[in-house]
Write a protein that binds this ligand. Sequence first.
Ligand SMILES: Cc1cc2nc3c(=O)[nH]c(=O)nc-3n(C[C@H](O)[C@H](O)[C@H](O)COP(=O)(O)OP(=O)(O)OC[C@H]3O[C@@H](n4cnc5c(N)ncnc54)[C@H](O)[C@@H]3O)c2cc1C
Length: 333
Amino acid sequence: MGGFWIYGEWGENGFHPVVYELISVARRLAPKLAEKVTVVVLGTDDLREAARELFRYGVEKVLLFIHPELSYFRDDLYAEILAAAIKERDPSVFLFGATAEGQALAPRVAGLLGLGLTAHCIAFEVDDEARLIQIRPSFGENVMAKIVSKTRPQMATVRPGVFPKAEPQASGEGEPEEIRLSEVPKSVLRRRAVYPVPRKESPLSEAKVVVAGGRGLLTKENFEKLHELAKLLSGAVGATRPVCHLGWISEEHMIGVSGETVAPRLYIGFGISGALQHTVGMEGSEVVVAVNTDPEATLMQRADIAVVGDATRILPLLIRRIREIKEGRDGAS
Ligand SMILES: Cc1cc2nc3c(=O)[nH]c(=O)nc-3n(C[C@H](O)[C@H](O)[C@H](O)COP(=O)(O)OP(=O)(O)OC[C@H]3O[C@@H](n4cnc5c(N)ncnc54)[C@H](O)[C@@H]3O)c2cc1C
């Protein structure tokens, strides 16, 4: 069996967080396909230690392709090497994070080998015939499509932030299989300079508390109170697409297929209907609270705590109550 492959995207800070998410997917599904969880890494000798670390996360095999020309990502070069590796080793599945790098690389590999590729998956299943069912929103993001590739390996890119990250285990050691390439195909790309994008201080996708608002908050003034609540709860503000388009908040706060994926411990949605395009971006939330005048709204049905009421009134009340509690505590200490 050729393995359940994951593309081991790495950067200056080690492996990309999505790699650990893909490992958790692979650990759940690979046994059903009787395959080994395998991470494929392209780079230089410097990566050996980081590659070894992957075994602690339940990875069963690491293929480390080494050549000085692989010291930074170039999609044409990397794709050629991966395509050759697939031909030689015949994996049954190959998953990539739907990052900028994964989205550049996976289609090139699929194109070189004439393989099917499902983009931006948010769920997977294995059916009775041991086929990988790749699930993603489709048709204007209105339905969840279940896709099975006719080609092998079954290839997909996976939306970052949807799956939990694999945790390191108490045991788990191994040696990467090093493949030292004597020569590599020529790339037409050369890196001239790197301009790092400054990291936002508290990115929505990593917030432990998200307070999100939708059209039910009725006005920009009401919506802006969410910032106060977020501050009190040390959280971040999220939004639905319509309110971003209304100009109540910038688009970087949008949650859903067209925006960020969040997986906080607590998500509170004020005046949000719960359209699929929004909920695919927050369904990894641990506890969901919804406030809506309509008890039948989809988000209310999905919520752990559903509050039927006017969000424009409940939001300021909640802020006042939390502030009172906090001030009470401060006064007592
Ligand atoms: C291709 C495509 C991509 C999309 N991508 C995204 C995306 O990434 N993210 C996203 O969010 N949307 C996206 N959308 C839009 C999505 O389909 C929904 O239209 C949107 O999520 C609905 O936003 P909403 O809940 O704010 O508004 P509505 O659907 O209008 O819901 C408002 C809710 O507020 C409730 N309400 C009204 N008044 C009050 C009140 N006073 N107090 C409490 N509740 C009240 C109503 O009962 C209702 O449930 C996309 C759509 C398409 C076609």
